[in-house]
Design a protein around this ligand. Structure first.
Ligand SMILES: Cc1cc2nc3c(=O)[nH]c(=O)nc-3n(C[C@H](O)[C@H](O)[C@H](O)COP(=O)(O)OP(=O)(O)OC[C@H]3O[C@@H](n4cnc5c(N)ncnc54)[C@H](O)[C@@H]3O)c2cc1C
Length: 397
């Protein structure tokens, strides 16, 4: 019998690869759409940062960055040495209020204590480093530096997901294109019930030793089969690809105090940008890109921050779902309470691509050995929901 993973995006594929490669487990991944048309892993902005306000998110990003830096070695197969085009120009958080500046300073202290290198920059220092940026309203900036133990930037997330998938298949993992629609269980939930099989829409039963819920924004319906109310919702986020008149030398991923973000693409003068939505509702269709968000909010903010962005042309746009954990905006990882052999890896709320390597590693260890070994993911435990103890992260984008 196999471990059965529902969802073959970056999270499911990472857990599958770690289980097969490092723990010699038989694994079946059920993925309803192998074109990944709607999967968050195919619609992401694909950035990785260390500038979090909680130790667990920092540690997870450090471990994941180390993995992504060497992905060509870790996920090499006889036919493939994956290249995800990781670059590390840093994230630049700007603060325009005393409160925001105090937060950056406090986070700098925590980040430094964990070996993360961030530079706190005054307005004159920001001007000297980024002469193309207007900083009249800015009090402080925090820039992530690339060092042996830390770094921030972006990469090709779809390539990373495919690399996990191909490497998992090379280790013997079976990916099946099928939609999971239910489970067969035994025992009583309060005393440790058990998932015996997963059922797919085509009527097949997949006997399982352990179940992993890695269905991204669609994880709550899967958990509902176990009688568990998982606070994970599909929340649309829009991304705009724009052409500017010129490239910006050494541009980082900029987080404006307004919440607008922007980062360069590979092609000269091209950038991705976005902002929190005006209405954050569940299940808004992905074909409904909010163009007014760009016209009325993002562009004016960017044009005043970067004067050369006065002339911008949108060359494409798309939307994807954050798998939003509405309880506390952080990953839900580990055993599903009340179940002997059910686990979750979901709810990453917009930072799942960067967390996939470390979460896959830790959860596979927990499932195979009963304990976290390389990285302790217990702060992400689902038990925090019932006990009403949110894991509060200030830097949610
Ligand atoms: C616009 C946008 C920008 C983002 N930017 C970043 C970023 O900069 N950095 C970062 O780290 N993260 C970012 N994210 C978040 C990141 O993309 C996600 O956290 C990550 O991709 C989640 O991976 P996943 O495998 O859990 O989910 P998905 O990639 O969504 O995969 C889940 C899979 O489960 C399948 N599935 C669902 N239900 C079933 C079922 N019943 N049976 C079978 N299959 C099923 C789906 O088809 C899907 O393929 C962003 C996301 C969006 C939308």
């Amino acid at each position: 019998m196999s471990v059965v993973i529902v969802g073959g995006g970056v999270m499911g594929a990472s857990v599958a690869w770690h289980l097969a490669r490092h723990h010699n487990r038989e694994v079946v991944v059920l993925e309803r759409d192998t074109s990944y048309a709607l999967a968050s892993s195919a619609r992401s902005a694909c950035a990785i940062r260390q500038q979090f306000s909680t130790a667990i998110n920092i540690r997870v990003s450090q471990a994941s960055l180390a993995f992504y830096r060497d992905i060509a070695v870790h996920l090499a197969t006889p036919d493939d040495r994956p290249d995800i085009g990781l670059v590390e120009p840093g994230y630049l958080y700007l603060a325009a209020t005393e409160h925001g500046a105090a937060q950056l300073r406090a986070q700098h202290t925590l980040q430094a204590s964990l070996g993360v290198s961030t530079a706190l920059l005054t307005p004159p220092e920001l001007c000297a480093r980024y002469p193309w940026m207007q900083v009249d309203d800015v009090l402080l900036g925090s820039l992530g530096l690339s060092t042996a133990t830390s770094g921030e930037g972006w990469f090709d997330g779809y390539a990373a997901m495919q690399a996990f998938r191909r490497a998992a298949i090379a280790e013997g993992v079976t990916f099946v294109e099928a939609e999971a629609t239910g489970v067969v269980t035994s025992g009583v939930a309060t005393s440790g019930a058990q998932v015996d099989a997963v059922v797919t829409r085509d009527g097949r039963h997949w006997p399982t030793t352990q179940l992993v819920i890695a269905a991204g924004a669609w994880s709550a319906p899967v958990a509902a089969w176990l009688g568990v109310d998982l606070p994970v919702r599909a929340r649309k986020r829009d991304v705009f690809a724009v052409q500017a008149a010129e490239s910006l030398p050494d541009a980082p991923l900029l987080i404006d105090p307004s919440g607008v973000w922007c980062r360069p693409e590979r092609a000269p003068g091209q950038f991705l940008c976005g902002a929190p939505p005006r209405i954050d509702a569940d299940d808004v269709p992905l074909d409904a890109v909010d163009h007014a968000l760009f016209e009325e909010h993002i562009w004016p903010v960017l044009a005043s921050r970067i004067p050369s962005f006065d002339a911008l042309r949108v060359i494409s746009s798309w939307a994807g779902y954050y798998e939003m954990n509405t309880f506390d905006h952080n990953g839900l990882v580990g055993p599903v309470p009340g179940w002997q052999n059910a686990f979750a890896a979901c709810g990453f709320s917009g930072h799942g691509l960067q967390q996939a390597p470390a979460v896959g590693c830790g959860l596979a260890e927990r499932m195979a050995t009963g304990a976290y070994r390389s990285i302790d993911l217990s702060p992400f435990a689902l038990t925090r929901i019932a006990s009403g103890q949110p894991l509060l992260e200030q830097n949610v984008i």
